[in-house]
Structure formats: structure tokens, C-alpha cells
Design a protein around this ligand. Structure first.
Ligand code: SF4
Length: 189
């Protein structure tokens, strides 16, 4: 039987290795890199390059969308001071998943999904609420998974380490980077 076509939004290479392995057992997976939240630009280039490296080695098919950083800043305007896991993150998930659904629709995919729920720092419910709303809007199924379940995060982390992929120490945007720096400073005080 032919596998269903799934477009997998990938936030970064370390989060993708385990999720890709799980999903490719059942689906014909294409990765989709669209992360205009990542700041600064050299960190964006680094995360993209890491994905290119792993995709070439593992023979993954990947679509790279444009960066569109300015558009991201416009859409989260007014939420600069929101804490991580707050409203800004819902908007950020929506921005990235909306583009994924647009590509899925144009490319004739059956299902859309994201690697985002593998992170223990993100609220799965918050991600899936965005995915399900977009699923209704675009008429494409969303795989509302929680990839950190059943030790998924630790297994993925180990797999990434074995492949020599570095884990990021902040979520991605300039605000999460500042939050991380503040926490580090408090720790060292
Ligand atoms: S903390 Fe992460 S999910 Fe939230 S807005 Fe920043 S990059 Fe997006």
C-alpha cells in the first residue's frame, strides 16, 4: 500500500532525527524548514546548515522556505515581553504552521505535522491547538502528536549526539535568547 504523504515542519536538526525516524515508518515524509523566529541571522544559518548536513547524510527530502524574519517581528509585535510559553509562542507556532499548511496544500500532501512537541520546554497543547485550527482552515489532517512522550526527547537527544549534532541552548527568538542569558546570569550571581 502507498504511504500517505506527510509534510513535517522541522524546527531544527536535533529535534528532527527521532521524529523523522518514527514518522517515516508509516508515512512518506518530506521535511519543511520554515523558522523566521530564529535570531540572529548567523544562528539561523547555523541551524539551517546543520539540517542540510543531516538531510544529505540521511537522504531526507527537505523544502527550505524563505527566512522572512521581518514578517515574524511584525506579527509578534506587542508581545515582546510575553514569557516563554505565553501568547507570543502561540503566534510563533501559528506563523510556522500556517506556512507549512500552505505548502502542504499546494504540494498535495495528505498530512501536516511538526517536530516542535518533542521539546520539554514547549507546551504540546499550545502547539496542537494551532495545528488543529489550521487543519480545519486548510482541510488537511494535522498529526497532533506529543513526541516527548515515551522518553522521546531523551532518545532523540542521544541520537543527535551520536550524529554529532549540537543542541541549541535557547528556543530561537531574540526574546528567548535574552531570557536564557538572564537565567544564566542569575545562576552565576
Ligand atoms: S520562545 Fe520559541 S516558540 Fe516562543 S516565540 Fe520565541 S522562538 Fe517562538
Amino acid at each position: 500500500m502507498m504511504k500517505k504523504k506527510l509534510l513535517l515542519h522541522v524546527c531544527c536538526a536535533p529535534c528532527a532525527v527521532y521524529v523523522y525516524q518514527m514518522l517515516s515508518r508509516e508515512y512518506d515524509v518530506t521535511c519543511f524548514f520554515y523558522n523566521p523566529n530564529i535570531h540572529p541571522a548567523n544562528e539561523y544559518r547555523f541551524r539551517k546548515k546543520e539540517l542540510e548536513r543531516i538531510a544529505a547524510r540521511s537522504h531526507w527530502e527537505v523544502i527550505y522556505a524563505d527566512y522572512q524574519m521581518k514578517e515574524w517581528f511584525q506579527l509578534v509585535k506587542g508581545h515582546e515581553k510575553d514569557p516563554e510559553r505565553g501568547e507570543r509562542c502561540s503566534i510563533c507556532f501559528n506563523i510556522r504552521l500556517k506556512k507549512t499548511f500552505e505548502y502542504a496544500k499546494a504540494g498535495g500532501f495528505d498530512i501536516a505535522a511538526t517536530t516542535l512537541s518533542i521539546s520539554p520546554y514547549k507546551v504540546t497543547r499550545q502547539i496542537n491547538a494551532q495545528g488543529e485550527e489550521l487543519s480545519r482552515r486548510f482541510g488537511i489532517r494535522f498529526l497532533a502528536e506529543n513526541f516527548k512522550k515515551q522518553n522521546g526527547y531523551n532518545i532523540g537527544r542521544k541520537m543527535a549526539q551520536e550524529m554529532g549534532i549540537k543542541h541549541q541552548d535557547y528556543c530561537g527568538c531574540v526574546y528567548s535568547q535574552a531570557e536564557k542569558k538572564l537565567k544564566m546570569r542569575k545562576k552565576s550571581d
